[in-house]
Design a protein around this ligand. Structure first.
Ligand code: FAD
Ligand code: EGU
Length: 468
């Protein structure tokens, strides 16, 4: 590391999951790091407003935490392993589908615990400084100038830095500033589905009310529910539905009737009174999907995490992708010896196809979950996929396995899926074709002498096997 780079000043905007992890990585490199967040110090707050209470952590997020030595303390010691999904049918019966081979699992991690652990870890470095209750209001990105409003004193504060790292989430202010730059591409989509978080409290003995090592799912087409376990033995249940259905459930009796039909088994778990109380006390939240490019401005600004790629949560990958951003950025700093003029453009170029790929995959999965959950062909394909993976563990990796249990680049996961689809549809065509031929031959056999049939059959087989 050169002398000059040791003194690099970095302003991280946003002390959420991605901002706090970046602070750890950059502090480790010896940079002078200032983290700004509009929230008060969450370690001193009773309730932290924010999106989702717990998150599914998989290989990408876990690997990124390992890079700053936090994987064990966060994922192994605090995460609750989920070995399979447990599907709940409308009648209350359930069945489990394992995530992978024995021991392969994803982890339910509390958002608040994770964020606090990252802030605590970053604060261990003397060269990291947190500025809570500071809201970024404007910036000159190419000059590295930032203007914050100190929400406590109401004063405006200006600062100059070598690098602005925008980790300020899906509604990023840094990104809003980038939109003023020439050649910046941007698109956003709100999906018609919104979500609300409910809670299944622990039982009287303080235990989990459902088998804990699973991600519970209630797929119902246009709407669905999903539950992740918490450390305190409660469950966070997330209800996803179109806004209109939320609006139509405007009295307690309509709500209970709705749950009786679709989520019957959860009523005694949540408790009728609590369900009514919590449902009418909260407003559902929208979900936004954001794509943009590039992620940098010259050698002075770069955005990461939801600020650069907000995705719908239907692959459990938003945080994982954001933490992976930090990991990759750190690798590029190594590769280019902290030369930001090289690191920033390469980060944009390398990461953009992958961020857009997971954005598309998550959106596609949202549509698939809505439209296909109970279709026989969909479930057969899943079985076939898992079967082939079992037979050819290295050569045939199903899409969700490559996304969740590997660090294969997201856009390669899509390419991988495409050739598999071709193989499957060819196989279906061939098997279907063979069936028709077999039937035709059965008809012929009643008129043709046996010898000729056998001769014909041999040459036909030769033809069929040849081109495959
Ligand atoms: P955030 O966590 O949003 O942090 C941004 C920070 O910036 C905040 O602290 C905010 O206070 C601060 N900030 C914003 N504006 C300013 C400003 N102007 N000045 C100063 N500070 C500012 N991902 C998974 O991997 N697995 C899951 O299971 C999963 N489940 C999800 C379920 C739901 C319902 C939702 C909505 C998302 C889910 N995600 C999941 C995605 C995950 O929540 C996000 O990808 C992740 O939080 C992104 O982290 P971030 O640090 O980029 O942004
Ligand atoms: C949604 C909201 C199950 C947490 C996609 C699976 C999610 C999560 C799935 C939320 C689903 C859906 C996968 C994981 C995960 C599944 C996955 C979705 C965590 C394809 C807190 N999804 N999620 N797929 O496979 O790969 O179990 O809010 F219901 S974890 Cl929608 Cl692996």
């Amino acid at each position: 590391m050169s002398k000059e780079s040791e003194k690099l000043h970095i302003a991280v905007v946003g002390g959420g999951l991605v901002g706090a992890l970046n602070a750890c990585y950059l502090a480790k490199r010896g940079f002078e790091v200032h983290v700004y967040d509009l929230r008060e110090d969450i370690r001193q707050l009773e309730h932290v407003p924010g999106r989702s209470i717990n998150l599914a952590m998989s290989v990408r997020g876990s690997t990124a935490l390992r890079g700053v030595g936090l994987e064990d303390a966060i994922v192994r010691d605090h995460g609750i392993p989920m070995e399979s999904r447990m599907i709940h049918r409308p009648d209350g019966s359930t069945y489990a589908i394992p995530y992978g081979k024995k021991g392969q699992c994803i982890y339910s991690v509390g958002r608040r615990f994770l964020n606090e652990a990252l802030i605590n870890a970053a604060e261990q470095y003397p060269n990291v400084h947190f500025h809570f209750h500071h809201k970024l209001v404007s910036a000159n990105l190419s000059k590295g100038q930032l203007t914050f409003e100190n929400l406590t004193s109401k004063e405006t504060q200006e600062t100059k830095t070598d690098l602005i790292l925008g980790c300020d989430g899906a509604y990023s202010t840094v990104r809003k500033q980038m939109m003023k730059m020439p050649m910046f591409n941007y698109s956003q989509t709100y999906i018609p589905t919104v979500y609300m978080e409910l809670c299944i409290p622990p039982d009287e003995k303080g235990n989990f009310k459902m088998p804990e090592n699973h991600l519970h799912i209630w797929p119902r087409g246009q709407f669905m529910m999903i539950a992740l376990p918490n450390q305190d033995k409660s469950w966070t249940v997330t209800l996803f539905m179109p806004q209109e259905i939320f609006d139509s459930l405007d009295t307690p009796s309509k709500l209970i009737d709705f749950f009786e039909i679709h989520y019957r088994d959860t009523i005694p778990l949540i408790g009728k009174e609590k369900l009514v109380k919590d449902f009418f006390a909260t407003k559902p939240s929208p979900m936004i999907s954001v794509k943009c490019s590039p992620y940098h401005v010259g050698s002075t600004c770069v955005i990461m995490g939801d600020a650069s790629h907000a995705i719908v949560p239907f692959y459990g990958q938003g945080m994982n992708a954001g933490l992976e951003d930090c990991f990759i950025f750190n690798q590029l700093l190594d590769k280019h010896d902290n030369d930001l003029g090289k690191v920033l453009p390469e980060f944009s170029q390398f990461r953009n196809p992958d961020a857009e790929a997971i954005c598309d995959l998550a959106m596609y999965n949202y549509i698939e979950m809505r439209d296909l959950v109970n279709h026989l062909s969909f479930r057969l394909r899943k079985k076939l996929d898992d079967g082939l993976h079992w037979l050819l563990p290295k050569r045939w990796v199903p899409l969700y396995t490559s996304v969740t249990f590997s660090r294969m680049r997201y856009h390669h996961c899509i390419q991988n899926k495409k050739w598999q689809d071709e193989v499957v549809s060819n196989a279906v065509r061939t098997i279907g074709g063979l069936g028709i031929l077999a039937a035709t031959y059965c008809l012929y056999t009643s008129w043709m002498p046996l010898k000729e049939v056998l001769k014909d059959y041999e040459s036909l087989l030769g033809n069929m096997v040849g081109p495959v």
